[in-house]
Design a protein around this ligand. Structure first.
Ligand code: SF4
Length: 332
């Protein structure tokens, strides 16, 4: 049986269900790299250029973690995952960086995902990928159809405020937003790329910490993407980055829908996309709402103590606001 290694990094946190369903139905055995840990990050940072952001370094570490365990490593090249929207060049170029810097790589399945012109191109990507495992076109077609259905179902579940199994394992067994034993009546939106929001090692267990405070969480996956795109039309020009549309349009939805007591944006040091997008989001939230906003910047040197102190201070502040709103606030 052909073994396909999948690094647990970058867009794995969005498309894991689709990829796993697809390869399994084609008859491949899937090997997922271990959860991100200190060693994976260290190996990644040691083998990657120092200018790269934290998620790219972690991705390197995940690829190294798979060496010797699989016949192929699946390294999709993401250019665009929605019409007229683009993915960061570091994600688009990471296969080439890896190919040229990690020795003894097994064969790479280097499918390009480019839905810039039409979402129909995803079938071409599936066909290209499937042919590494089988030449049976009908089998590939069926596997793709079923994988897409599983993915769409998962997205629907996430929109309803729940996390699916994989993510539940990452951050604990309780679904987000629907939290039992809540000690507060507070909900916080966590904005960030899927690979920072759902990788609990990279984000220093932010989600678990918030959950332990009894705080409900909303992520961008729980908001409607089409609506986010519509909301972005207020800008003079549509945002170039897919994440920008999700984050900016999502923040407008959060402001308009209400019910959010704070926004935490998690970003990686050196992220070009976020340096622009998070500024726009912060400006929007500060100018058009009184929702407290905090930005947490992560890199491989981030110390958990400082991170926890800032988080505790933020949580204390929003708890005080919610319980003593009649007092004169100092938050603006
Ligand atoms: S968008 Fe930012 S965090 Fe994501 S891969 Fe690109 S540089 Fe890194």
């Amino acid at each position: 049986m052909v073994k396909v290694g999948i690094p647990r990094g970058l867009y794995y946190y969005k498309f894991s269900t689709l990829w796993e369903s697809f390869f399994t139905e084609l008859g491949a055995e899937i090997v997922i790299s271990d959860k991100t840990n200190k060693n994976i990050l260290l190996e990644g940072a040691n083998n990657c250029v120092s200018e790269a952001c934290l998620p790219i370094k972690a991705y390197y570490g995940h690829v190294i973690n798979l060496l010797g365990k699989a016949d192929f490593i699946f390294l999709p090249r993401f250019t665009s995952i929605s019409k007229k929207q683009y993915i960061c060049p570091e994600v688009a170029g990471v296969q080439d960086m890896i190919r040229n810097s990690i020795k003894l790589m097994p064969r790479i399945i280097d499918t390009e995902i480019n839905l810039r012109k039409s979402e129909k191109n995803s079938w071409l990507a599936a066909q290209y990928t499937g042919e590494f495992i089988t030449k049976d076109k009908q089998k590939i077609k069926n596997a793709y159809k079923n994988a897409l259905e599983a993915y769409r179902n998962e997205r629907q579940v996430m929109k309803s405020g729940m996390l699916t199994d994989e993510f539940k394992q990452e951050i604990g067994s309780m679904p987000l937003r629907v939290i039992q034993k809540r000690s507060t009546n507070i909900t916080v939106a966590v904005l960030g790329h899927c690979y920072t929001v759902y990788d609990s090692f990279i984000n220093m267990e932010l989600m678990r910490k918030l959950r332990d405070y009894g705080i409900g969480i909303v992520t961008l996956d729980m908001l409607d993407y089409r609506e986010s795109k519509e909301k972005c039309r207020e800008l003079d020009k549509m945002l170039f980055w897919d994440y920008g549309t999700r984050a900016y349009g999502g923040s407008i939805q959060l402001i308009e829908n209400g019910g959010i007591d704070g926004v935490i944006a998690i970003t990686s040091f050196g992220c070009g996309v976020d340096s622009f997008v998070i500024e726009l989001v912060e400006k929007k939230i500060r100018e058009e709402s009184d929702i407290p906003f905090m930005k947490l910047v992560l890199d491989e040197h981030s110390a958990e103590t400082g991170f926890c102190t800032r988080l505790e201070a933020f949580v204390d502040m929003i708890v005080r606001r919610v319980t003593h709103e009649n007092n004169v606030s100092s938050y603006r």
